[in-house]
Design a protein around this ligand. Sequence first.
Ligand SMILES: Cc1cc2nc3c(=O)[nH]c(=O)nc-3n(C[C@H](O)[C@H](O)[C@H](O)COP(=O)(O)OP(=O)(O)OC[C@H]3O[C@@H](n4cnc5c(N)ncnc54)[C@H](O)[C@@H]3O)c2cc1C
Ligand SMILES: NC(=O)C1=CN([C@@H]2O[C@H](COP(=O)(O)OP(=O)(O)OC[C@H]3O[C@@H](n4cnc5c(N)ncnc54)[C@H](OP(=O)(O)O)[C@@H]3O)[C@@H](O)[C@H]2O)C=CC1
Ligand SMILES: O=C(O)C(=O)Cc1c[nH]c2ccccc12
Length: 380
Amino acid sequence: MEKIVVVIIGAGPAGLATSACLNHFSIPNIVLEREDCCGSLWKKRSYDRMSLHIAKQFCELPHMPFPSNAPTFMPRIDFINYLDNYASQIGINPRFHRSVESASYDQNAKSWIIEVKNTALDKFEFFAAQFLVVATGENNEGLIPEVPGLDSFQGEYIHSSQYKNGNTFSGKDVLVVGCGNSGLEIAYDLSNSGAQTSIVSHRPVHILTKEIVLLGMLLLKVLPCKLVDYIVMLLSKQKLGDISHYGLKRQTMGPFYLKQTTGQSPTIDVGAIGKIKTGEIKVLPSVMRINGKEIDFQNGKTKQFDAIIFATGYRSTVRNWLQEGEDLFNDSGMPKRSSPGHWKGENGLYCAGFARNGLLGISIDAQNVAKDIKLALSQS
Ligand SMILES: Cc1cc2nc3c(=O)[nH]c(=O)nc-3n(C[C@H](O)[C@H](O)[C@H](O)COP(=O)(O)OP(=O)(O)OC[C@H]3O[C@@H](n4cnc5c(N)ncnc54)[C@H](O)[C@@H]3O)c2cc1C
Ligand SMILES: NC(=O)C1=CN([C@@H]2O[C@H](COP(=O)(O)OP(=O)(O)OC[C@H]3O[C@@H](n4cnc5c(N)ncnc54)[C@H](OP(=O)(O)O)[C@@H]3O)[C@@H](O)[C@H]2O)C=CC1
Ligand SMILES: O=C(O)C(=O)Cc1c[nH]c2ccccc12
């Protein structure tokens, strides 16, 4: 059994940022990652045309700024390079191919015992840590809803995390389910690639642009949330028109209020709304049933599709392997307490990257966790 002061699980932005902050205080730590690289979500589970929706000043990780010539909204590949440079410049060497299978607290040893499968060598390893930081992400596993008849679907269906680009969908009838950020952008990409594209929108949404979100984030520093929401909703109506005319139900509660209270992100338009207005992308209501190639919708209409992309969100998988930590995580593997008090549990258990506030939330969590561990060590 290897003993270490801090074990961090996950080498995404949250795990790397936490390791960087601990290194800054010279606190020994290791990062365990099940994949073979840092930033696996960005490298393996996101589509080619993705770029950051949030401006660069809100996405930098602690202790290393973005290059000064970086564009305001960083393309995916630049962010991937930043993550790799971040790990190498700060001296973070995650142990790859390490899938954490269980973690429990040993009261006698006052340590977390972590059971890890080394998937490269096909053997188990054990670690004992005084502090355990869970940085496995809110977007750990793609969620596909239970749709009656999905098993009978005669075309291809995938989750949005498996979608790369529209090359293989050209000329096909493709249904995108879900009108969040993944869904709206994938629908746009599919349509650009020559697919006959439809998108399901089942509940009210906010559609904004990157620039409007940036303005909102800047205004939030000086104005109350209610006023900022009023301004951004006005601007979005001016810029995109009344989206309810095109089958998209408009959310009435403010976008920043919703983000702060529920974590739900507004959807950013990168061009799909223009295509929805011209009819190039069709908006459909909820899917009721699938039968072979035919899909029945809530409005009573039926249409044939060759492929379905489920852009229906993600779930955290913490509960699959963390035996304890009921004080920190709920049954869905998300923090029990809302931000800012969400990141600290009992017996040296922490989480980073679960504030539902993107990379900005990750940076804040990482700094808080490292400071708290430093304090605990200074008192022991
Ligand atoms: C498509 C997409 C785009 C996004 N774009 C933005 C954006 O523009 N701006 C923004 O602020 N936020 C964005 N986000 C939200 C968020 O910032 C990112 O999801 C970010 O990558 C989260 O970082 P993380 O380290 O918390 O989780 P992840 O990046 O998911 O990293 C978690 C890591 O933990 C590993 N892991 C999981 N379970 C185990 C286990 N049992 N054992 C070992 N390792 C494990 C995973 O393999 C993974 O590498 C986006 C999210 C998605 C899904
Ligand atoms: N470039 C970028 O910066 C990008 C950022 N992201 C971020 O990644 C995270 C995950 O985004 P995303 O993958 O879009 O997931 P989300 O969970 O944000 O969105 C999923 C969407 O699917 C809808 N949905 C769920 N089930 C059904 C169903 N059965 N029928 C119809 N619709 C359904 C949800 O609606 P409801 O909630 O009403 O049930 C929701 O609108 C978010 O934080 C997002 O902001 C994602 C893509 C790109
Ligand atoms: O991409 C996301 O979902 C994020 O959480 C990034 C983000 C942080 N703060 C915001 C405010 C409005 C929209 C997105 C975000």
